[in-house]
Design a protein around this ligand. Structure first.
Ligand SMILES: [Fe+2]
Length: 272
């Protein structure tokens, strides 16, 4: 199976006209739909057999339901009918995501903010989308009940191969960005499971390694990335890219990470 993995789109129909701080990064960057368009064009021309798209979080950036609707409509139109699976990130408001992306009617505040998990069963493999995000909490958090959900779904998967996707990265070895604190129960479940690979986002830097003895991949963001400078500031530049995988009987047989950058600086910010 041919799979495309992208992450961290940070989409909004309109960004605040800011000249300072994080908001200025969003305001100055090229609209993510333009970058997405370039990415999909390149990915599909090189790999016309792609059958699945995984998006590992930060679909929108503090977006409203309308932003999710616009993004979903755009993707559906441009994806040539392939299946799409997502997980939310820490910049996604789950109530807005549920309303705009899933088309769910307004719910109680508590219900609307519950983690969003998904289990998709394909012909060759299953995909488990496990929510590691809480809006506004950059480091992420697997809230209570997430380990139970994963245990339950892995039971259903049985000995079929599966891929696990979550927003936050699970290894500290990512440009100095702290990994999410992963409950030992989740790590153990993955280690002992038939999960054949783990896909994450959040860092906006592509990476490939191993976690719990499983191949582990981070995709570039579809927007910007931060570079720590020696003076303590963070320089933001535009960068985007995608990961591509080929699986056979659920095992990753080939992978490719593509990064595109014109070194366009967006902002240099000192965070206190
Ligand atoms: Fe992000």
């Amino acid at each position: 199976m041919q799979i495309l993995h992208i992450s961290d789109i940070h989409f909004r129909v309109q960004y605040e006209a800011a000249q300072e701080g994080y908001a200025s990064v969003l305001y100055r960057m090229t609209n993510p739909l333009e970058l997405l368009d370039r990415c999909l064009e390149r990915a599909f021309s090189e790999h016309p057999g792609i059958k699945l798209l995984m998006i590992t979080g930060d679909l929108c950036d503090d977006g409203k339901a309308e932003d999710y609707e616009v993004l979903r409509t755009w993707l559906t139109k441009n994806l040539r009918g392939i299946k799409m699976i997502v997980t939310p990130g820490n910049h996604d408001r789950k109530a807005e995501f549920r309303s705009g992306w899933l088309g769910m009617k307004a719910q109680g505040e508590k219900e609307a903010d519950l983690p969003y998990n998904e289990h998709w069963s394909g012909d060759e493999l299953d995909v488990l989308s496990l929510d590691s995000a809480v809006f506004g909490e950059s480091d992420g958090c697997f809230v209570q009940g997430q380990a139970d959900w994963l245990a339950e779904e892995l039971k259903k998967v049985g000995d079929r191969p599966s891929l696990l996707m979550t927003h936050h990265h699970l290894l500290d070895a990512h440009e100095g960005i702290r990994a999410v604190s992963c409950p030992a129960e989740i790590a153990q479940l993955v280690k002992e499971s038939h999960v054949t690979a783990v896909m994450v986002g959040h860092t906006h830097h592509c990476f490939a390694g191993y976690w719990q003895r499983k191949p582990y991949y981070t995709a570039d963001g579809m927007s910007f990335y931060g570079i720590d400078e020696p003076d303590g500031s963070v320089r933001f530049e535009e960068k985007y890219g995608y990961n591509y995988y080929e699986t056979k009987q659920g095992l990753i047989m080939a992978s490719e990470q593509r990064t595109f950058s014109e070194n366009r600086e967006l902002a240099n910010i000192i965070f206190f």
